[in-house]
Design a protein around this ligand. Structure first.
Ligand code: BV8
Length: 267
């Protein structure tokens, strides 16, 4: 059941009066760009070999340093396959809406900070600036020995695992945060500042189960922010937020922002 006009209108009112907005996004905002979410059903429109590859893999076990240590070839292949999927994907109306919100608010002296758990860089390709990548990015890889980062060419690596050119015996790994690894300090600081200072906190397309990322909404609420969730399903955050807007990012965000722009001279 998609969210009603009344729910959108109330949330839009708070958004139109906001000076500082923080947004956290998850895999759901990239779902309509054809990228698989972590905990949803396998996307039927994925090519068969990709469907098969993903179906047999469980991200929670694969996205770990242990999995990479046990079978670096398989984990590297899985990430390189996802990287190529991200390169082939295009940002969707959900990503574009957040870029539009940031442009409109900055023009009025306001601020929009997008915190993302996604590693696909679609927010950046949609023109959003200052994106905080809480879980790193698949679009860069780094040497396991020296930490040197590189951006692979837009084609698949030739061999897995990928030998590092920076250190004898080193490997290249995706520059993402695996389960059990700490988030980048600068990203955590930026996210904590955004949560502590925002008037409105938007949670879009995330199952709100991965920490510490899922905690920033709670921090924003504690600081008195008006909190909004956009998701076709309910999540652990649904009972916490002020407005739980049921629907996809590409359907709800344009409606929400149009209503806010209509209401707010400042926006
Ligand atoms: C850490 C990168 C310190 C790699 C990922 C409490 C505090 C601290 C840590 C923990 C804690 N409790 C547990 C932990 C450990 C763990 C954790 O949170 N586990 C969970 C599963 C219980 N956290 C960590 O390990 C973190 N590290 O805390 O370091 C530490 C160190 C050692 C020991 C303890 C602590 C690191 C977490 C980062 C892991 N890396 N990804 C990669 O991409 O492969 S997480 C992975 O899950 C992705 O980043 C993903 O973004 C993230 C969250 O998933 P979602 O984005 O929400 O995606 P999901 O599929 O789940 O949901 C999609 C949603 O979209 C759904 O709700 C769906 O309804 C909705 N949707 C679908 N279509 C649409 C839509 N919405 C809108 N529009 C649509 N069209």
């Amino acid at each position: 059941m998609t969210t009603s006009g009344h729910e959108i209108s109330e949330a839009a009112g708070f958004l139109s009066r906001a000076k500082r907005v923080a947004v956290i996004t998850g895999a759901g905002i990239s779902a309509e760009s054809g990228l698989r979410t972590f905990r949803g059903a396998v996307n039927a429109d994925l090519p068969a070999d990709m469907r098969a590859l993903w179906k047999e893999f469980d991200p929670a076990t694969l996205a770990t340093p242990e999995a990479f240590g046990r079978d670096p070839a398989m984990v590297s292949k899985w990430y390189d396959w996802r990287r190529l999927g991200c390169l082939a994907a295009e940002p969707n109306a959900g990503h574009a809406s957040l870029t539009g919100l940031q442009e409109r608010m900055e023009a009025g002296g306001g601020e929009v900070v997008v915190l993302t758990q996604n590693v696909d860089r679609l927010h950046q390709r949609a023109g959003t600036r200052g994106v905080v990548e809480l879980h790193g990015t698949i679009m860069e890889w780094r040497c396991t020995r020296t930490g040197t980062r590189m951006t692979p060419p837009d084609v698949a690596f030739e061999h897995y695992p990928v030998a590092s050119p920076y250190a004898e015996g080193g490997l290249l790994r995706p520059d993402v945060v695996w389960f059990g690894e700490c988030l980048p300090e600068a990203a955590v600081r930026a996210a904590a500042r955004a949560a502590a200072t925002c008037d409105v906190f938007l949670s879009v397309g995330t199952s709100a189960v991965v920490y510490p990322a899922a905690g920033f909404l709670l921090e924003a609420k504690e600081h008195g922010a008006y909190t909004i969730e956009v998701n076709p399903e309910s999540t652990p955050a649904s009972g916490v937020v002020d407005a739980s807007l049921r629907g996809t990012a590409s359907a709800v965000l344009p409606r929400l922002l149009a209503a806010a722009f209509e209401k707010g001279a400042t926006l």
